[in-house]
Design a protein around this ligand. Structure first.
Ligand code: ADP
Length: 334
């Protein structure tokens, strides 16, 4: 199961929708990004124009979709949603762009996964608010320019470096979301507990926050599982003891590592003697794409002090061995 995985499934999205902050002021943490966004939006409003295109980067579950919704809400305009994997042909993109109205915010999730053939069209759409629709095939084909209304694109990606330069350049503002500190996750949890009508007591909040991988989505997910436990086995109140017992049942360790985190650390220690090992080799060993290992698992592992990125490759720290319950080798590359 993916109790501490990064991505949301269908059922979870419904609950998430209820817990989403609706305004920048309600959005916890990411102070600098919030201030910058608020300036960008205020300036656009003062000019009476749609805001510049905005690119948000960071690991899953940190609030990119939420911020896109907030941008639309603060500008008082509708939000349209699409994603990179949904755009396989230029025609897919043309269909979406032609349904966008003046001022709309278009949220483009996982924009780095969009098919290459659609890129050119996106460039002109973002820069000149125009698409060239190709009619016919072969020598008789003609491109008919079609003007688009001015819209604001909010792109989301795990890392801006994954985007081609020309695409990155078309965003007027780029913001990066950082993993959240435990104290910030406690604020997220208190807010969610209020909305879900759950009572959090003592160190119950800290216990959940500390195992949430720096990620609000995971904090909210753990809160719901701990609430289940508290309601079934107790009186519904979440204390530190209740949280610890619940998280034990759901096999969430003290650091809140997810399946991929553990797979990466286990491969690193058991298959590669703690490293150094190249990212590509490590990715193959855990059966994931390089990008996923690098952008989804590693930021947290590095922050938790379990993995180091060195010029010669990835290295497990002594804490990684200890966390996996393995003896720290006398000679580590660390
Ligand atoms: P992403 O798009 O980056 O994967 P989302 O915007 O979908 O992440 O956020 C996942 C969940 O986490 C949402 O339900 C939202 O309620 C919650 N969340 C994210 N960031 C915050 C925040 N700063 N404050 C409060 N809740 C947040």
């Amino acid at each position: 199961h993916r109790l501490v995985g990064g991505d949301a499934d269908q059922e979870e999205r419904t609950v998430e929708a209820a817990l989403r902050p609706r305004t920048l002021a309600e959005f916890v943490g990411q102070e600098r990004l919030r201030e910058q966004l608020s300036l960008v939006l205020d300036a656009a409003r003062a000019r009476g124009r749609s805001a510049d295109h905005i690119l948000l980067s960071g690991p899953p579950g940190l609030g990119k979709t939420t911020l896109a919704m907030i941008v639309a809400a603060e500008m008082g305009v509708p939000l349209r949603i699409t994603s990179g994997p949904a755009i396989q042909h230029a025609g897919d993109l043309a269909a979406i762009l032609s349904s966008v109205n003046e001022g709309d915010v278009l949220f483009f999730d996982e924009i780095h996964r969009m098919a290459r053939p659609a890129e050119e069209m996106l460039y002109t759409a973002m820069e000149d608010f125009r698409v060239d629709v190709v009619v016919g095939k072969g020598p008789g084909a003609t491109a008919i320019p079609l003007d688009l209304p001015h819209f604001t694109m909010v792109g989301a990606t795990t890392r801006t470096g994954l985007l081609p330069g020309p695409l990155r350049d078309r965003f007027g503002f780029t913001g990066h979301l950082e993993l959240y500190e435990p104290a910030e996750l406690e604020l997220v949890l208190r807010r969610s507990a209020g909305l879900l009508d759950v009572e959090l007591k003592g160190d119950g909040t800290g216990e959940i926050a500390g195992r949430s991988r720096g990620t609000p989505r995971i904090a909210n997910r753990l809160l719901r599982r701990v609430r289940d436990f508290a309601e079934v086995r107790g009186n519904g109140v979440i204390t530190g003891d209740v949280a610890r017992a619940a998280l034990k049942v759901f096999a969430v360790d003290e650091l809140g590592l997810d399946r991929l985190d553990r797979a990466v650390l286990t491969a690193l220690c058991k298959s590669f003697g703690g490293g150094p090992v190249g990212l590509g080799t490590l990715a193959v060993a855990v059966g994931e794409e390089r990008e996923t290992v690098e952008e989804v698992a590693e930021p947290f592992l590095v922050r938790a002090g379990l993995l180091m990125r060195t010029p010669r490759g990835r290295v497990a720290t002594p804490a990684a061995w200890t966390h996996l319950g393995l003896a720290v080798p006398a000679q580590t590359a660390f």
